[in-house]
Design a protein around this ligand. Structure first.
Ligand SMILES: NC(=O)c1ccc[n+]([C@@H]2O[C@H](COP(=O)([O-])OP(=O)(O)OC[C@H]3O[C@@H](n4cnc5c(N)ncnc54)[C@H](OP(=O)(O)O)[C@@H]3O)[C@@H](O)[C@H]2O)c1
Length: 261
């Protein structure tokens, strides 16, 4: 008769890390699409939001099956945000991170004063961002967790003569994000501002000369690293723009307005 010693109960397997569930608004091209590809490639679940459904579906098809869920939405329709956010949460099984990337920058002539394109820049770059960030802030405060990331720009640091409404929309978004950060920190919610320099994307395809350009993939990588780390709440991408913008911000307005920068 053989006897065997009682077996100690095996220790349970550590639970797998939950995959980050990310909502990218402005996901169909450029930096947004690169973010979606990188996040999906590392196992995250991503809701990809923009107007161009066919681009979103193509993007989802190029990523691991089921990782990317496309949602068609125009950010100027702010009234749709609460219901769409609920749909996104249900589809992803919750939400950890919002990245607001949507933006437009029509080329504006040196002596063009047209309220149409100006209004569109403010609606997409600023008001759309405020609508999404506010709705997600309410959710994250109730959960006492979560990260909100806004893609602003070096363009918000100073009013160049090139495109007044674009600069104003980005300055507004930068300030909005800072204010949101200051009110949300006590609730355990993180707000991160990304200020890219010049990035090779469809937005800049018609721009004559890009200064210190990087690719959309590089911008996306730096953005993800920034919100996952704890070092920066506002980060220039690439970092070389930080000293450059310190100098540009220090220039007196009287001098700045004469420079070709
Ligand atoms: N490229 C640069 O050098 C640079 C530098 C600094 C900051 N940025 C900022 O980075 C962000 C991404 O720009 P990008 O260079 O990647 O440009 P992009 O390739 O033109 O991408 C812009 C994204 O915004 C979305 N979008 C525009 N209008 C929208 C609307 N009404 N509703 C929903 N989505 C809308 C577009 O999607 P649909 O058209 O399909 O809707 C697209 O996915 C922008 O906020 C831009 O201001 C860019």
């Amino acid at each position: 008769m053989s006897s065997s010693a009682p077996q100690a109960p095996s220790s349970p397997e550590p639970a797998p890390e939950p995959r980050e569930r990310v909502l990218v608004v402005g996901a169909s091209s450029g930096i947004g699409a690169a973010l979606v590809r990188q996040l999906a490639g590392e196992g995250c679940r991503v809701a990809a939001v923009a107007r161009r459904t066919e681009l979103l579906e193509e993007l989802a098809g190029s990523c691991p099956a089921g990782a990317v869920l496309p949602f068609t939405h125009d950010v100027t329709a702010a009234g749709e945000v609460p219901e769409l956010l609920e749909q996104v949460r249900a589809a992803l099984g919750g939400l950890d991170t919002l990245v607001y990337v949507a933006g437009v920058m029509p080329l504006v002539g040196a002596q063009e004063y047209d309220h149409g394109p100006d209004r569109r820049m403010v609606q997409v770059n600023l008001l759309g961002g405020m609508a999404w960030c506010a709705e997600v802030a309410r959710l994250f405060v109730s959960e006492r967790r979560g990260t909100i990331v806004g893609i602003s720009s070096v363009a918000g640091d100073r009013g160049r003569r090139m495109n007044p409404a674009y600069h104003a929309s980005k300055a507004g978004f930068t300030t909005y994000l800072e204010s949101l950060r200051n009110r949300l920190e006590v609730h355990g919610v993180r707000v991160v501002t990304i200020k890219p320099g010049m990035v090779e994307t469809p937005m800049t395809a018609e721009v004559d000369k890009l200064v210190l350009p990087i690719t959309a993939e590089q911008a996306a990588r730096a953005t993800i690293r920034t919100w996952r780390g704890s070092l920066w709440s506002t980060r220039y991408v690439p970092l070389v723009w930080w000293p450059i913008m310190r100098v540009i911000q220090a220039l007196p307005s009287r001098l700045f307005r004469h420079l070709e920068i």
